[in-house]
Design a protein around this ligand. Sequence first.
Ligand SMILES: Nc1ncnc2c1ncn2[C@@H]1O[C@H](COP(=O)(O)OP(=O)(O)O)[C@@H](O)[C@H]1O
Ligand SMILES: [Mg+2]
Length: 238
Amino acid sequence: MNEPDLKPRGTKESAIMLDCRQLTRTYSEGPQNLTVLDHLDFEVRAGERVAVVGSSGSGKTTLLNLLGGLDRPSGGEVIIGGQSLAGLNEADLGRFRNRYIGFVYQFHHLLAEFTAAENVALPLIVRGQSRKAATQRAMALLERVGMGPRGTHKPGELSGGERQRVAIARALVTDPSLVLMDEPTGNLDQTTAGNILAMMDELAATTECAFVVVTHDLSLAAHQDRMLRLDQGKLSAA
Ligand SMILES: Nc1ncnc2c1ncn2[C@@H]1O[C@H](COP(=O)(O)OP(=O)(O)O)[C@@H](O)[C@H]1O
Ligand SMILES: [Mg+2]
């Protein structure tokens, strides 16, 4: 694709970064249909941080996967920075994700064979940056999440909280417009979770990146600008 000028850079805080219209996801279970997301409409502004809470199985991961273009909706659409994801083929969607979206998975998804620095540098190398430039930037991000001294370590040599911090560095290394986090503090002790909260605060203050954070950790949720509850396929203010 031609490099689209989609990134809502320099936008005012009032700009819509993420727009969901009538977003629907139905899973077919044999003869049964399970509607997990039922015609959701919501918006997230540039620089805004939104928490989505909901019980286990309410559809939080399904929602994030749709927002991040990892899954296609059964109905409705996701628009990021004015670009409808429905309008992109798989290759363009991959490029779009690499350029505009940072994703922190529930289970870090770091590549075991690569060091922390290599894991963080990878999205930049995929994008065509030189290994040297990508590694420099990766190290800067690792410093930022307090993992600078661990750049040469592989995921297997890191604790759960450390891996999650590396995963957060990887999500942010491309300077995304939208960061999606699935239970970023799940399975972390309180101190580590607190460190991650502080880091998110700092990022929200210093970038205009929008965040959607899925969690059942109410202290993390209360820390965001706005809280939405996902229940029975619907989102409501919580
Ligand atoms: N690929 C799939 N196929 C069928 N059902 C699924 C699939 N993924 C998730 N589900 C179902 O959708 C519901 C929501 O799942 P999920 O989005 O993972 O919830 P949460 O992240 O809130 O725990 C659950 O009932 C789950 O079993
Ligand atoms: Mg989940």
